[in-house]
Design a protein around this ligand. Structure first.
Ligand code: LLP
Length: 438
């Protein structure tokens, strides 16, 4: 596998045979920061933001790109996203706390989630959050009461479940009928929700939201879901006088993880979504609403590369050769829970023809395999292995399994490396212990 658009834009192999990211030698980065190490390329990060903003606003000027924090968030990243003009989609008090600590403008924050707690609702209301994306009747009731207590009229969107299959892994499919998320259109729930939201005196229903799943490699599911949502919106306008000023088709835009799984370019999603928006509103005889898109993976995924050091190997003749690295399922659980595939590349030298190996992690489970059956130059202990497309849903889903230390993140740009998250320490692991009541 050669360096390609699976790696960050700035990735190069230089004459010394080393992988360079953002002008930094991966081997130097490893010397300085150790492994496992997550490297984020600032140029790729910013250019993904710019592509989303550019491709969508070019076709529909009134678009707000909102980054889905669940893919990964911390304060330095939030600042970059703000500089690029994005808003944030948060799904917990924790993500909102990070956004606030980064001085992110709260009016550009959208609060999602199927079971927001009363504490989270209150926290977000008090913070002056831009929009709640209300998921269910309990939330509608609680929010109406809390907004009343606070003397506010809160802007909300309703999350609908349109019943469209985006053909993703079943764990990450959300828009189908059998889903815990949203008000189902087909059962009449969505209509009841619109009626209740419109009659709530402390809520202001500004629009509708759908999210189908992730990652979605096709554009048709978006168009299908939008057709259904616009038809529903037209019916609700007739029946209840709903004015859909805002609409969101969610996120879920795919990225390329392996050589054989190309993803549509951002422009293809933008074209499909904006044309469905314009057709949908024309057919419904309503002005085109403001569009809100919520990319997560497609903003940070490609920017991130995970670097590991090769340790022990085990050859089982006629069966398989395991090569173990110093990270694994605690920093990237995606292969274990979704069967996700990644590429792997030797980062410290160019090698020969090589062999077929399986890259295992260091954690105490047989399922801790990062890449099964990958062709690599013969690996030696101490080699540096790079796994690309590791910026999204790796560190945000990382755990301290086996009391491991979550890895650091270094942001690279023009040959400079800036640590934006330090490696955890043993002390961090024990910070929340309570001994003898103290
Ligand atoms: N909007 C909503 C309402 C969502 O639920 C999600 C993702 C997104 C936006 C962003 O989706 P993205 O653009 O990042 O695909 N842990 C899984 C992915 C779970 C996605 C959950 N919701 C994974 O590692 O593949």
């Amino acid at each position: 596998m050669m360096i390609s658009h699976i790696f960050p834009e700035t990735a190069r192999v230089r004459d010394n045979g080393h992988l360079f990211l953002g002008g930094c030698d991966a081997v130097d980065l490893v010397d300085r920061f150790g492994t496992p190490l997550y490297v984020f390329d600032e140029a790729t990060l910013r250019s993904q933001c710019a592509q989303f903003v550019g491709e969508f606003t070019l076709r529909h000027a009134d678009t707000q790109v909102v980054y889905a924090c669940k893919a990964f968030i911390n304060r330095p990243l939030a600042q970059i996203l703000h500089e690029e003009g994005l808003g944030l989609d948060v799904v917990s008090g924790g993500e909102l706390a990070i956004a606030r600590a980064a001085a992110f403008p709260v009016e550009k924050v959208y609060f999602h989630g199927n079971n927001k707690t009363p504490e989270e609702l209150r926290f977000a209301l008090d913070a002056g959050i831009g929009r709640f994306v209300v998921d269910n009747f309990l939330e509608l009731e609680r929010l109406e009461a809390l907004a009343g207590e606070a003397g506010k009229k809160q802007d909300i969107l309703l999350r609908l479940s349109p019943g469209v299959d985006p053909h993703t892994h079943q764990h990450t499919t959300t828009g189908i009928i059998d889903s815990k998320f949203g008000f189902t259109i087909a059962t009449g729930q969505a209509e009841t929700a619109v009626a209740r939201a419109m009659s709530a005196s402390h809520l202001n229903l500004v629009g509708l939201h759908v999210h189908l799943g992730s990652p979605i490699f096709e554009t048709e599911p978006y168009q299908l879901a939008m057709r259904m949502t616009f038809q529903f919106a037209a019916q609700m306008r007739e029946k209840l006088g709903l004015r859909m000023a805002e609409f969101s088709p969610g996120g879920g835009f795919a990225i390329q993880y392996t050589g054989d799984s190309p993803a549509p370019p951002v422009g293809a999603y933008a074209e499909a979504i904006v044309s469905a928006l314009h057709e949908g509103s024309r057919a419904a005889g309503m002005p085109a609403p403001r569009l809100i898109v919520e990319p997560g993976r497609s903003i940070v995924g490609r920017a991130g590369v995970a670097l590991y050091t090769v340790g022990a190997t085990k050859e089982i003749p006629g069966v398989r050769k395991y090569v173990s690295v110093d990270g694994g399922m605690a920093d990237n659980i995606r292969p274990a829970i979704y069967g996700s595939r990644y590429e792997a590349v030797l980062a410290n030298r160019t090698g020969g023809v090589g062999e077929l190996v399986t890259i295992a992690g260091k954690f105490c489970e047989s399922g801790d395999v990062l890449v099964r059956d990958v062709q690599l130059p013969e690996l030696r202990t101490g080699d540096i292995l790079a796994i690309p497309a590791a910026g999204a849903y790796c560190l945000s889903m990382a755990s301290n399994y086996n009391a491991s230390l979550k890895p650091p993140i270094v942001l690279v740009k023009d040959g400079n490396a800036r640590l934006i998250r330090r490696r955890e320490t043993y002390e961090d692991l024990m910070r929340c212990d309570v001994i003898d009541g103290r």
